[in-house]
Design a binder for this molecule. Sequence first.
Ligand code: HEM
Length: 148
Amino acid sequence: MAILAEYYRWLLAFHIIAVMFWMAGMYYLPRLFVYHAEALENDTPHDMFPIMEEKLLRIIMTPAMTAAWIFGLSLIFAGGHWPITDFWFIGKLAAVLILSGYHGFLTKQVRLLAGGALPHPSRFYRLINEVPPILTVIIVILVVVQPF
Ligand code: HEM
């Protein structure tokens, strides 16, 4: 894995860039769901939302999540973290798996809302909009401070 270690700083840079694009979408998409659900609840115009949601997911979020995983996994070997024994890293991976599951949940909502359904009320989307920022704080503290 020496070849990966040689490019550690490049891999880390692209990992952080991919994470920033992914998180930008994770913060914005649920917000679009809030406005979309409110428009459906109040019977106001909503035709633009499915287009915005689908493009944000397909063009930005899913490629960015894939890149974050590819560069993140390569960093495990480039940074000498394999086998994984550090508790901070196990905690980080657990939080990242929750984020990835959340991404899957958002993907399902995009499909259901595009079909004209209202799977959840607007206040539900307002609530779940808090999940990615909270996980971001936890992940960044774990990986930068490595407290345990
Ligand atoms: C998608 C799966 C992910 C994997 C496999 C992964 C893995 C890694 C690894 C192995 C490192 C290098 C750690 C070191 O050598 O010190 C790293 C660095 C980093 N990761 Fe991730 N990560 C992932 C997702 C994320 C996410 C979602 C965030 C933020 C929300 C994040 C934020 C960071 C930051 C800020 C660093 C730089 C830490 C530093 O240089 O001090 N990562 N990641």
